[in-house]
Design a protein around this ligand. Structure first.
Ligand code: FUB
Length: 323
């Protein structure tokens, strides 16, 4: 695969999470819609109301739409905005984790269960206790433990929290202060709650200094993803307002992680958001851009392209606009 391939021309989809379940690749994206809400920094125009699940035999083959897997109207605690989700599997059950604003307009992370990878998923009555912000990414380590990475700035509300507590007035730190970190938490054995208080994911520059809030080219904004390659933990993320996908590596799931470089340069559209998946010995980057909608930042389309590593484990940068 040389040129990136658009996967789902019939629906606007974004924020991919892709997993190999039951011999197929399952795609769990956000489902973008035209809500008519004007674009703003709070992300109100991303007013998504359901998730579809898709599958394909290989990254090159036909994509099957399995239809609506979870609808906001079936979530008892729902306010609005179903954003980026992810799915984990354990002991015969598929767990779909989703961020959603509650009835007081605060983002929480919920979980819904199914015995099939394509759903339908049945939501729990309440969000995960102690959850906040957006973009849950579930990572299963080799010992079977599951970790959730999460967080997102601006509309994702991460700036409203310090030490897992809501603060009076949400703001980002001064430019020379440490950037707001994403969070990581080990899931309880039943996968329904956190097993501990979420911890900061510390991102360091190559000199061992914590990335600062003013370092918009490298600091975390949203879209956490974790994968393992040759025994190293690769934490990747979006820089948001500088529109890049970057990565940092470490030696365990909690970090710290040291910044290594850019995976994808800016695409057409404000956001991009990704996942990185191995399939039959090759690695793939799934992401989105807004080319098919003519640049409408809230109507995005999923793509996939191959990802390459160098001998030293660094990732070859992909050209976002040219991909
Ligand atoms: O899709 C809504 C939000 O846009 C996601 O949660 C962010 O990561 C960004 O892609």
């Amino acid at each position: 695969m040389k040129k990136a391939r658009y996967l789902i021309p019939q629906l606007f989809t974004a924020d991919p999470a892709v997993h190999y379940f039951e011999g197929k690749l399952y795609i769990y994206p956000s489902h973008d819609i035209e809500s008519g809400i004007p674009e703003n920094d709070n992300g109100d125009h991303f007013d998504m109301r359901d998730y579809h699940v898709f599958s394909m035999e290989t990254p090159e083959s036909e994509v099957i739409d399995h239809g609506v897997a979870l609808d906001v109207k079936d979530i008892p605690w729902a306010g609005r905005q179903l954003w980026d989700c992810d799915v984990a599997y354990k002991n015969g059950v598929y767990y779909l984790y989703f961020p959603l604003k509650d009835k007081t307009d605060i983002f929480r992370i919920g979980v819904a269960l199914s015995n099939r990878p394509e759903g339908p998923f049945k939501p729990m009555d309440m969000p995960i206790y102690g959850s906040y912000s957006i973009d849950p990414c579930l990572f299963r380590d080799d010992d079977g433990s599951h970790y959730m990475y999460f967080g997102g700035l601006w509309g994702g509300q991460l700036q409203r929290y310090r030490n897992n507590k809501a603060i009076e007035c949400g703001h980002e730190p001064e430019n020379d202060q440490p950037a707001l970190p994403p969070r990581v938490v080990r899931m309880r054995d039943d996968m329904l709650q956190f097993s501990e208080e979420p911890k900061d994911v510390v991102l360091l520059d190559p000199d061992g200094q914590v990335l600062t809030a003013g370092d918009h080219e490298r600091r975390f904004f949203e879209a956490s993803w974790m994968h393992k390659y040759n025994g190293k933990y690769y934490f990747s993320y979006s820089t948001g307002n500088t529109h890049k996908l970057c990565y940092a590596t470490g030696d365990n799931p909690y970090g710290p992680f040291t910044y290594r470089g850019v995976i994808l340069t800016p695409v057409i559209g404000w956001t991009t958001h990704h996942c990185i998946v191995e399939f039959k010995g090759k690695w793939y980057l799934f992401f989105h851009d807004s080319v098919p909608s003519g640049g409408k930042t809230w109507l995005r389309s999923l793509k996939v392209t191959e990802l390459e590593y160098r001998e030293d484990g660094s990732i070859v940068t992909i050209d976002g606009e040219g991909s």
